[in-house]
Ligand binder design. Structure first.
Ligand code: ZN
Length: 320
């Protein structure tokens, strides 16, 4: 199972005990997977379609709990694939459907037209608890997430821009900065930031998935930290090696020009050690001296050598 389906599995088991929250969640499922179609007798039928049995089960439970109505479920096998099914939940009775549509405050429920894909009435989304339930229902019906090992991505696919804008502003109310993008005539609401996706899982009530994601995030963080450290150490090592290489060139130059023997005793000692130990750090060179000298002392002497070598190079350039 994917991380996305794990989250949905967990959310499908989240049941709110309060009717206002149940209606908000049902409104989300109806908005994203449902429609009310004229029944022919002046009334409406309600249909909810999904390939995900969790969405259908959720609708069935919520309709039962909020209105005490039992809906019908049709299952269709898609082609030759045993696992590919689609589901249709129906409320055929016009009176039952009217009660549900009234409770969901669906616009145009009295008119003889198909009601589909309208943003949910703000009247159902007045409380924070109901907003959470709505986001949960929307994700269950039209959302998906990447597995956090791969990348951080959360999205809800909307049919219309007003739907997407409603989701965005609800998320904004919870401090989550969602973005919109057009994809194949749909508008996708998405979040890419790890901590914000954790917040989303929290507000939808997917606590087990949240822990899973946090574990991945901690591992990723640790890996990044180790990588940073290794990069940093490699860079420092590179600097030391380059500096030592330059020092050896300078000392060789002094030797070639017969200047080495003219160096003072302390400079000659350090220069000799540097030639013998190209890979040693300044601190290590200092410890090899008798008596030992600190890092800054060694640095001072090597600078002096560099200065003399520099003057020598300059003089040669002028003579040429
Ligand atoms: Zn509520």
């Amino acid at each position: 199972m994917s991380f996305s389906s794990d989250v949905k599995e967990e959310l499908s088991r989240q049941e709110s005990g309060k009717r206002h929250c149940q209606l908000a969640e049902l409104a989300a499922v109806f908005e994203f997977c449902g429609e009310a179609v004229p029944s022919g007798e002046g009334g409406k039928r309600i249909l909810v379609r999904s390939d995900n049995v969790l969405v259908i089960r959720k609708s069935f439970t919520l309709i039962k709990k909020t209105s005490n109505i039992i809906s019908h479920i049709d299952i269709r096998q898609n082609g030759r694939f045993a696992h590919s099914r689609s589901y249709l939940l129906r409320v055929d009775d016009a009176q039952d459907a009217a009660r549900i549509l009234d409770a969901l405050k669906v616009d145009g429920r009295e008119k003889d037209e198909v009601c589909r894909g309208q943003p949910t009435s703000p009247l159902l989304l007045q409380n924070d608890c109901c907003r959470r339930a709505f986001i949960r229902g929307a994700f269950l019906s039209a959302g998906s997430m990447n597995t956090p090992e791969k990348s951080y991505h959360f999205e809800i696919v909307c049919d219309t821009i007003p739907q997407a804008e409603q989701i965005c502003s609800l998320l904004e109310g919870f401090g989550i900065d969602a973005k919109l993008v057009e994809r194949k005539k749909k508008t996708v609401v998405y979040v890419k930031e790890g901590t914000q996706i954790v917040d989303l899982l929290n507000l939808m009530g997917a606590y087990v998935s949240l822990m899973q994601m946090e574990n991945v995030r901690i591992l990723k963080d640790m890996r990044n930290q180790v990588n940073r450290q290794v990069n940093c150490e490699t860079a420092n090592l590179g600097k030391t090696v380059n500096a030592a290489y330059r020092q050896i060139e300078q000392i060789r130059l002094l030797q070639e020009k017969g200047m080495f023997s003219k160096l003072s005793q302390p400079l000659r000692e350090v220069a000799g050690l540097r030639l013998e130990h190209p890979e040693a750090s300044l601190k290590e060179l200092g410890e090899m001296l008798d008596p030992p000298v600190g890092k800054s002392g060694v640095n001072h002497r090597l600078k002096k050598i560099a200065e003399i070598a520099g003057q020598l190079e300059e003089r040669e350039d002028n003579e040429e």
